[in-house]
Design a protein around this ligand. Sequence first.
Ligand code: XUL
Ligand code: CO
Length: 438
Amino acid sequence: MREIFENIPIIRYEGPDSQNPLAFKYYNPDRIILGKTMKEHLPFAMAWWHTLCATGTDMFGRGTAHKSFGKEMETMEHAMAKVDAGFECMQKLGISYFCFHDADLVPEAADIRETNRRLDEITDYILEKIQSTGIRCLWGTANLFSNPRFMNGAGSTNAADVYCFAAAQIKKALELTVKLGGKGYVFWGGREGYETLLNTDMKLEQDNIARLMHMAVDYARSIGFKGDFYIEPKPKEPMKHQYDFDAATAIGFLRQYGLEKDFKLNIEANHATLAGHTFQHELRVSAINGMLGSIDANQGDDQLGWDTDEFPSNVYEATMCMYEVLNAGGLTGGLNFDAKNRRPSYTPHDMFYAFILGMDTFALGLIKAAAIIEDGRLNAFLQDRYASFYNGIGQTILDGSATLTSLACYAESLGAPAMPDSGRQEYLQSIVNNILFS
Ligand code: XUL
Ligand code: CO
């Protein structure tokens, strides 16, 4: 087998004192944290699109990175070379999962029947690799946003023929996900939104998106898909407004259309930022609704208002993310690095440094989140803060025996209520810093 990344060794854990750039400082797959190995807590996934396809092209310039892997671009030989490169990358990093769009795998042909034949061929090859390496598919999806035909959306398009093309791509992507043993299937509504309400029938568009999702669930179950569907919320970009704005909006949509049993959410850190929320907020909203499924682990830039898809380096954010994940009892999905190198970091070495950074950041986040939980002060404070609801008049509110009259009588008996206790935010923040930096 031809080695593509010849100068990159297998990346191993060497500990925080190591200065070897091609070694993990914190991600030690076998280390036990709260009863499970780090590898079990952190089901990392490689995103096919960024890792194997993205060259750093931006609105003002061509790509800087070469991703031909020695073959002519836009050919099936190149598609096969991407499979080789992807599996070598995952094996060298000890990454157990990958995620893909249909369009990431093969060059799209003019006729969908030919594209589907190419997809069959490439997934035969991927399946061989899965069987020989044990690496698995975390989730699959259909790219319903790049082709110009989806300019007005896929489920939300105004054109029935385009809607049918979306259905055909979803059908095929589901078949491929099942063939590759994928744990999940993602709907990111990249163009499911609008540019102007002047030309938009919002009700029809949302009803149609739901219809497409119901058809997808029915078909997937009929071909044996047992996994979860995910909506990946994002408020905007590329559209001015996208219907899956944030976790709360997506959950409302799923419940309104009776999709909540088959769907969970795939929360992306950078999308939370764009929605004006913290990553932690989106995870908490998903978790308290029983819908925290999977995570696209990346980060945005505080000064930029768009999706920069950076590899995560912010340990504080990763800690708060893993704090939510641990409190929710873990993920049914995984942690997909929907992340890309910065344009000037264009060499294969940079690609591995980026994954090492991301994996070490989440390893640190896990270690520190577990330390916060074991320390217990945050949780104790939280319990104490709401204690008034667990006895006396508060308990009657929780057990449903209270009425507006009983509560009013109680309030009158008090005369004036006491001030609630201090929220102690600064004290709690200093506990977190203390744990992070000790
Ligand atoms: C785009 C994005 C997508 C989804 C999959 O912002 O996050 O790559 O993760 O379609
Ligand atoms: Co994403």
